[in-house]
Design a protein around this ligand. Structure first.
Ligand code: PHE
Length: 450
């Protein structure tokens, strides 16, 4: 049934366009906001090493598999999976990969938009020079005040969801591609400049040590689950975002090089963000385990003490907002593409998905103020949603994808579709996907959740 819909959403202009879009999806709040704060909460270097291992062992192999699936079927993830699991006679539950992913995307979008809203609010604060000469403590207070105010949070959350909806509704090719091409490199340059600043702070050595010295005693089963979950989150895996983008990838492009490029760029941005944030944490006597507010309490201090800092700070938060924006679009794309295949117009599909995510997002808004005392399992409503998506739904999706491509698709079809030039790379990938990635995910899962 769905075969006639193949390719209806369009194709990227080239392999490079795919790399840009996928990097736009991968690089986002996950790198600059989440990676530093979960590293802080999970004790530093040992966690970073686990995260890098997860990227290599599970992230990159699953990313290749996800792109491959999308490109093979050229449909939304939900239809891709029902189409391909029928074609290869795989058990019916593999179809659920698409549904699970769309649901995860809807959950993630709901809180992602709230946090992205904080970056919008900070853009305003930077313009008005709120942080000039601020200490860590002052920055902490300004952040606390923002969280305590559900009305502002709701306003920025609303603005961000609308911005996201506007681009999705118009399709990905036009607006986004061009923006990402210019702005991602700028973001990276800015991070490197900020690293120059952080190297001059007295806490640089401590920050560096915190990130890169390995102390195995700090590693708990829980932090390994978080590292795995984050490697999926940061590469946009396990929920169909990259599968959807893969569906728009040109046929002849080789999978290996393309995916590895995206993985390296994403990792570089995260590590650079860590090298900027932790030295400031230690110089200012802030807590590395401060949680979701970490970035919002450290970077303003840097900007507040730099000449021209208000200007640089403004530009920086705009760039982070844009990075979040290009990710948010990919989070919604699987559900929207599916609804379009079902016959909805893109506009209506976008309004439904974004509207529902906005409504659910209100619970995240309230998690930081009115409902902050209402905690269960992992903490507030936001903490639970974050844990459920990153640490359960995404790894589960990734596991099923690895099993499907590794064990159920015909080897010949996989080899042809992957179009990996080097035989060695292909063979390593195959072994990873069939054995190493699923076992790693299963092992971490079982250990962490029990
Ligand atoms: N990878 C994005 C980030 O790091 C978030 C994301 C998650 C995007 C899942 C798409 C799918 O911010």
């Amino acid at each position: 049934m769905a075969a006639d819909k193949r390719g209806m959403h369009g194709v990227w202009a080239s392999r490079w366009t795919f790399i840009l879009a996928a990097t736009g999806s991968a690089v986002g709040l996950g790198n600059i906001w989440k990676f530093p704060y979960i590293t802080g909460e999970n004790g530093g270097g040992a966690f970073v090493l686990m995260y890098l291992a997860c990227i290599l062992v599970a992230g990159i192999p699953v990313m290749m598999a996800e792109v491959l699936l999308g490109r093979k079927a050229r449909l939304s993830p939900i239809n891709t999976m029902s189409h391909l699991s029928a074609e290869y006679n795989a058990p019916k539950f593999f179809r659920s990969i698409g549904w699970l992913g769309a649901l995860a995307g809807f959950f993630i979008l709901s809180f992602y938009s709230v946090i992205a809203g904080w970056t919008l609010s900070y853009t305003g604060k930077m313009i008005s020079g709120d942080f000039t000469g601020a200490t860590g403590e002052m920055a902490g207070k300004i952040f606390g005040d923002l969280l305590a105010d559900p009305v502002s949070l709701t306003m920025y959350h609303t603005i961000f969801i609308i911005l996201t909806g506007v681009v999705i509704a118009r399709g990905v090719n036009e607006g986004l591609e061009k923006t990402v091409r210019v702005l991602m490199p700028l973001l990276f340059i800015m991070l490197v400049l900020l690293m120059g600043y952080s190297m001059t702070t007295p806490g640089f050595a401590d920050g560096f040590k915190f990130l890169f010295s390995f102390d195995a005693s700090k590693l708990t089963a829980d932090s390994v689950v978080v590292a795995l979950g984050h490697s999926f989150f940061t590469l946009s895996l396990g929920m169909g975002a990259i599968m959807a983008y893969g569906a728009y990838m040109p046929q002849q492009a080789s999978l290996g090089k393309t995916v590895i490029t995206v993985g390296i760029l994403d990792t570089l941005v995260a590590l650079t963000a860590g090298l900027v944030i932790f030295p400031i944490v230690f110089s200012q006597g802030l807590e590395p385990g401060a949680g979701p507010g970490l970035m919002f309490q450290t970077l303003p201090v840097a900007f507040g003490s730099l000449p021209g800092g208000a200007f640089i700070g403004t530009a920086f938060f705009i760039l982070v907002a844009i990075a979040a924006w290009s990710s948010a679009i990919s989070i919604a794309e699987p559900a929207v593409a599916w609804a379009v295949e079902k016959g909805a117009t893109r506009l209506v599909a976008t309004m439904i998905v974004c509207g529902a995510a906005w409504a659910l997002g209100m619970l995240t808004v309230l998690s930081f103020n009115e409902l902050s005392d209402f905690t269960f399992l992992k903490g507030t409503f936001f903490d639970n949603l974050d844990f459920l998506t990153s640490n359960i739904m995404l790894p589960l999706g990734g596991l099923l994808i690895a099993l499907f491509v590794g064990w159920f698709m015909k080897e010949r079809a996989v080899a042809k579709e992957a179009n990996v030039q080097s035989e060695m790379v292909y063979n390593i990938w195959r072994v990873m996907l069939r054995f190493v990635s699923p076992l790693a995910v299963l092992f971490i899962f079982v250990n962490g959740l029990l």
